[in-house]
Design a protein around this ligand. Structure first.
Ligand code: TXA
Ligand code: MG
Length: 345
């Protein structure tokens, strides 16, 4: 590991907070994945985040708040937002909301939209850092745009290395998949990115069904002009039909390992690594990892990116992946797998 990685403890968290306050970039663990954080109120700092990730400027960032931070000073918290925040914050839910008048967040973090994405993470290290720095922190996943998200500090070192000023090592992220992103800036709430908080759990709190805008389900090839913004493909325009697409969101091709993925595989073919799920899977000669021998989707989500990182480093030419059930957070796992397998721009 390079020298900009430190174990997260009291002093290093205080040093990280000082760096953030000075306009530096700090990678830190959350309960979902590692984030690449910077002061969300300064355009120049937000611009540095975009540059470090090689992220297209039209794709907005999530702003992280410490528990108790008055979100209504940043965005318009309607009844739905208040209910979801009360139920799922701190946690793995990101709310896309209309920017409040006088919103202090850099316009670049909203990528030119009149909305801002807010999340209050539950991870104790993320919370300690946010509390100490006392600023809203913009933090996309700490990976180059379009690549696998990091769930361990070593992944951040490998993916971003010296593009960050400091990497706080807090071990493995317990969730392993990015937060659920829900758009509340529109009349009918819609999930832009499935995640650890499921559509069913959200519908229950809102008392109405929510649609998943699932660009990854479409067979249409991804557009060539960006990395992880919502593809205005057939599937999406069907779902939101007459409404203009207000938000980027996610491109079809994303979360990609270097090797191609083959989904819904019964067994590995010669030369393939194998990502299994459930009891007694077929073996692969080259490399094989089981997301959850017990068939537990929560465990599978926690292992997904770490195992893809490992199989990506194997001798295999392709990673074959067993089918994963679509229920509960299986929807989010399959969303990431489909994006990882989609044709690359
Ligand atoms: O779990 C997570 O959400 C992690 C941790 C670090 O918090 N962060 C993360 O950020 O995954 P990022 O930037 O990799 O993904 C943010 C997603 C993107 O798909 C982006 O398009 C969407 O949220 N997003 C952000 N702001 C938005 C906005 N104003 N409108 C619509 N989509 C937005
Ligand atoms: Mg990301």
């Amino acid at each position: 590991m390079t020298s900009n990685v430190v174990r997260a403890e009291r002093e290093s968290i205080a040093a990280a907070a000082d760096l953030l306050a000075e306009g530096g970039l700090v990678a830190f663990p959350t309960e979902t994945v590692y984030g690449l954080g910077g002061d969300a109120t300064r355009e120049r700092v937000v611009a540095r985040i975009f540059a470090a990730k090689g992220r297209p400027r039209f794709n907005p960032l999530i702003v992280h708040l410490s528990p108790g931070w008055p979100a209504e000073e940043i965005a318009i918290m309607d009844e739905r937002a208040k209910r979801l925040a009360a139920k799922f914050w701190p946690g793995a839910l990101t709310l896309v909301l209309t920017r409040a008048p006088g919103c202090p967040i850099a316009l670049l973090a909203s990528a030119g939209l009149d909305t801002v994405a807010l999340r209050m993470p539950a991870h104790p290290i993320a919370q300690a850092l946010l509390k100490k720095v006392h600023l809203p922190i913009a933090a996309p996943s700490a990976n180059p745009s379009g690549r696998l998200s990091p769930t361990e500090a070593a992944h951040v070192v490998e993916l971003l290395g010296d593009k960050v000023d400091l990497i706080l090592d807090g071990g493995k992220c317990p969730g392993g998949l990015e937060s659920t992103v829900i758009d509340l800036s529109v009349r009918e709430a819609r999930i832009l990115r499935p995640g650890l908080v499921t559509a069913e759990e959200i519908s229950e709190v809102l008392g109405e069904p929510v649609t998943i805008v699932n660009a990854a389900a479409s067979a249409a090839p991804p557009p060539r002009d960006g990395d992880d913004a919502l593809a205005p493909n057939n599937n999406v325009s069907e779902i939101i039909s007459d409404e203009e697409i207000k938000s980027p969101g996610m491109l079809a091709s994303h979360y990609a390992p270097k090797k191609p993925l083959r989904l819904n595989a019964d067994a590995a073919q010669p030369g393939e690594a194998f990502l299994a799920f459930g009891p007694n899977p077929p073996r692969s000669i080259l490399a094989s990892l089981n997301l959850s021998p017990a068939g537990d989707l929560v465990e599978a989500a926690a292992n997904l990116f770490a195992y893809l990182h490992r199989l990506d480093a194997s001798q295999a030419h392709t990673i074959a992946v067993m089918p994963i059930p679509e229920d509960g957070i299986g929807a989010a796992i399959n969303d990431r797998l489909r994006r990882a397998a989609a044709p690359r721009p």
